[in-house]
Write a protein that binds this ligand. Sequence first.
Ligand code: GTP
Ligand code: MG
Length: 180
Amino acid sequence: MSVRRRTLLKVIVLGDSGVGKTSLMNQYVHNKFSQQYKATIGADFVTKELQIDDKLVTLQIWDTAGQERFQSLGVAFYRGADCCVLVYDVNVMRSFDSLENWHDEFLKQANPADPKSFPFILLGNKIDVDGGNSRVVSEKKAKEWCAAKGNIPYFETSAKEDYNVDPAFLCIAKAALANE
Ligand code: GTP
Ligand code: MG
């Protein structure tokens, strides 16, 4: 009989303030959504157990502060990350423009052995807003950015309507596991 070992996977979620990082995690882990905005201060993690093929993994998902004044993460925080999730709001151009910076800053801080193959995932959140009529970043534009960064997987999500949240995190877990 084989002994099952649990694998701990460290995932870091980054992106501008208000894009929905905390909401996505709450939807994924607790199946809850709140309209009320409460800024994340510093960083905090939640865990979720899941099975991937025949492996039991514990996803340790680190939520971070988008607001600069609440960012207090040292280099040590990023070290040992198995996957980085970048989030933007499809209705806010600035949050898309910031991705480059979040991406580069992560690599600088985490300093992975092979930066070119480090797994990132991009989530374009809040696709429910105004029935999609207020979106300013097209799916095509987002996918072009992902392609330019070495084929980063891309998901369009709604934390509010629980759209595509589970598939996105399953992809995140698989990418983290492959990198582990
Ligand atoms: P910081 O902690 O400041 O970095 O922000 P955050 O990225 O964690 O954003 P948060 O999850 O707190 O969400 C910001 C606001 O957007 C809240 O009022 C949420 O209710 C709302 N929100 C988050 N996701 C969605 C979504 O998918 N659709 C809609 N309509 N609103 C959302
Ligand atoms: Mg937050």
